[in-house]
Design a protein around this ligand. Structure first.
Ligand code: BT5
Length: 274
């Protein structure tokens, strides 16, 4: 039995969405640390109403239930620590060191997407104490094997661990390493110093910093250079109109910036917020 908060793992053959399942469990009063894994999701969720694709039995589809005390403004760090823990697990189990594309993707070294994270909160709570947040991650382990496996819109955009390793990757081992790495990261979020350390690591792993980007928000989109990540985990973007802080949105990487562009890798104050 692992000595951390993620002691109860329910491994389901099939479910609509592991996030939906855990949100319902949270409403029914489930404690922090419950984990659900599915061999198959009939309606795997991406962000903003998008879907997450995975054939049965080959990829890791997992959600964890947290009841965090993190200040509301720093909630982005919850999905960030799941991405960081998944990157740790990929490194240990598969020998690949993914980058983090802000806000929540893991990318292989060639820029194709290896994993995506979806955090969903339930303000209603479902029990006393901190309101629940469910963080789910899909990691492509065995699928796609080749581009031939992919729907047209994912060709050249999605990859899997199996494309980067000679040996098959064991999903159970990957899950165990992910949960081992996640537990201390979640604990770190309880203190300001711990949050600063996680934000620092996000900065180091974030391949969006140093890229010209297009930021797509609900009401507008704009272009600029991603220059850093704030203490809260938000993205700092330098635009022709000044510095902007992106709290939530989609980011498209356009191209790397020229050497010498002033990028902030320290934890200084964020620029003007929208
Ligand atoms: C995400 O959304 O990347 C979050 C994905 C979270 C999935 C996990 S699985 C366990 C848990 N339970 C759930 O129901 N969900 C979570 P987003 O950034 O919106 O990316 C979605 C987009 O990625 C889609 O519109 C596709 O273009 C692309 N996509 C879909 N499946 C993919 C895959 N397996 N690999 C790479 N890209 C994919």
């Amino acid at each position: 039995m692992p000595e951390h908060r993620f002691g109860e793992v329910r491994w389901l053959a099939s479910v609509d969405s592991t996030n939906r399942y855990l949100l319902d469990e949270a409403r029914a009063g489930a404690a922090e640390g419950l984990v659900v894994v599915a061999d198959h999701q009939q309606a795997g969720r991406g962000r903003l109403g998008r879907s997450w694709e995975a054939p049965p039995g080959v990829n890791l589809l997992v959600s964890v239930l947290l009841r965090p005390t993190v200040p509301l403004g720093s909630r982005h760090l919850l999905s960030a620590v799941v991405a960081l823990a998944a990157a740790d697990a990929c490194r240990v189990v598969a020998g690949i060191d993914p980058g983090v594309k802000w806000p929540n993707d893991l990318l292989a070294p060639d820029g194709r997407k290896l994993a995506g994270v979806l955090a969903e909160a339930d303000a209603a709570g479902g029990s006393e104490g901190p309101a629940p947040v469910v963080v789910g991650i899909g990691i492509n382990v065995g699928w796609p094997g080749t581009d031939d496996d992919l729907p047209a819109e994912l060709v050249g955009r999605a990859t899997s661990l199996s494309q980067w390793t000679a040996d098959p990757v064991d999903r159970t081992l990957l899950l165990d390493r992910l949960l081992d790495a996640l537990d201390p990261r979640v604990t770190a979020l309880d203190s300001a110093a711990g949050r600063a350390a996680q934000a620092d690591e996000l900065r180091r792993r974030c391949v969006t910093i140093g890229s010209e980007v297009r930021v797509e928000l609900a009401a507008e989109s704009f272009c600029g250079v991603a220059t850093g990540v704030t203490e809260e985990g938000h993205l700092s973007v330098h635009t022709s109109g000044g510095s902007r802080t992106v709290v939530a949105g989609d980011v498209v990487h356009l191209r790397p910036v020229a050497p010498g562009y002033p990028l902030s890798v320290d934890s200084g104050p964020a620029g003007a917020s929208d």
